[in-house]
Design a protein around this ligand. Structure first.
Ligand code: 1CP
Length: 341
């Protein structure tokens, strides 16, 4: 078993396994080169050979302990016919969803077929990776995915999503239920295709009013994990409810995650003190610290390693690496993590 999977199973490794959120992507020249050959982003994700190739690129270059399949959280809205497209330098665009009546529940039946190419990419990638490199499958958590569907793209304030939450709770629940079902199908097919672990990204969990957090962040995540377990899927699940601060305690209590991804806003001493001692954590270097990559970054790495020395810990960033990151600083981070103990 790889060190990454041992850590997720609760074992403390002498050197923490390491990978980076968004490790395949635009900061790599070899990624930009393949990406150019299929300008349409969804088509690129559905090309199992290309998706597999770019998944492996950061493993070849840096020797990370885990690969994450090249796909996107917006594959679920795409499979639900929300007309997902990516304009260069503009981010994602979707047809904004005004109400529950505009989302056809019958589309759920085709989700596994439409997303089968992601499963093919996983099977292919798993067969190409060494045994000691784990492969992670993933999906967005329902709230985060819904924000793109309701806002029609990225958002700063998530006003339309929050408005539906307050003004049309029945409609909101109906959409959330459909997205939750689609997410279960998506994760299930990735697990069956050979993913060794699964990650659930609730990247915009911090935008949920705390009044609604149990219903909108914790409950849907719990439903997804319970459904996977009921279907006999035993792969560990890493939850990433970004930016909810001390809300991670009820999240861990209610959701049933096997490990918790910590964002860079999280106070690691508080987290270590308050989280159950058995729970593996993943994180949490600020990706922006890699832009300078200086001694302060190294000191922060030492601090993270020191605080989590007594629990199962996977070294990672607190969010995705940014396109402007110098490659040399990524190498510096990895070397430092692996030499620190
Ligand atoms: O043309 C390009 O290359 C577009 C950039 C890009 C990439 C590299 C997008 C568009 N998606 C991806 C791949 C991706 N997305 C991966 C696999 C690669 C890897 O991690 O190595 C993963 C795990 C994601 C997950 C994802 N997509 C999240 C959750 C994680 C996070 O960073 O918070 C979210 C929120 C998205 C949405 C998304 N996809 C792409 C863009 C530009 C966005 C919008 C981001 C935003 O709203 O700020």
């Amino acid at each position: 078993m790889s060190g990454f999977l041992k850590t997720l199973a609760g074992q403390k490794m002498p050197i923490p396994p390491i990978w980076m959120m968004r490790q395949a992507g635009r900061y790599l020249k070899e990624y930009r080169d393949i990406r150019e050959t299929t300008p349409d982003f969804i088509s690129f994700c559905l090309d199992a050979e290309k998706a597999s190739n770019v998944t492996i690129q950061p493993i070849v270059r840096f020797g990370f302990d885990a690969a994450i399949i090249f796909s996107d959280i917006l594959m679920v809205p795409w499979a639900l016919d929300r007309n997902v497209r990516f304009k260069p330098n503009h981010g994602p665009m979707l047809d904004p969803l005004a109400d529950a009546a505009s989302l056809d529940e019958a589309l759920l039946a085709d989700v596994p077929t439409k997303l089968a190419p992601v499963a093919n990419a996983i099977t292919r990638t798993r067969s190409l990776l060494r045994d000691d490199t784990a492969l992670i499958g993933f999906a967005g958590a329902p709230w985060t995915v819904m924000t793109y569907m309701l806002e029609g793209g990225s958002s700063k304030d998530f006003n339309l999503s929050r408005q539906m939450l307050w003004n049309d709770p029945a409609g909101f629940d109906k959409i959330m239920d459909i997205v939750t079902q689609a997410t279960i199908e998506f994760l299930c097919l990735q697990a069956h295709a050979g993913a060794d672990a699964l990650m659930l990204f609730d990247s915009w969990a911090s935008a949920v009013p705390s009044w609604h957090r149990d219903a909108v962040v914790n409950k849907p995540a719990a439903t997804i994990i319970a459904a996977l377990r009921a279907r006999g899927i035993s792969q560990p699940v890493i939850g990433f409810p970004k930016g909810i601060g001390e809300g991670i305690l009820p999240y861990v209590d209610q959701v049933g995650v096997d490990a918790l991804g910590l964002d860079h806003g999280m106070d690691i001493r508080w987290a270590h003190k308050n989280l159950p001692a058995y729970l593996p954590v993943q994180g949490n270097l600020d990706p922006i610290s890699l832009l300078s990559g200086d001694d302060v970054m190294l000191a922060n790495i030492d601090d993270i390693l020191g605080v989590f020395a007594d629990r199962p810990h996977i070294f990672n960033l607190g969010h995705g690496i940014t396109p402007a990151t110098p490659i040399a600083n990524v190498t510096k981070m990895i070397t430092h993590v692996r030499q620190a103990r």
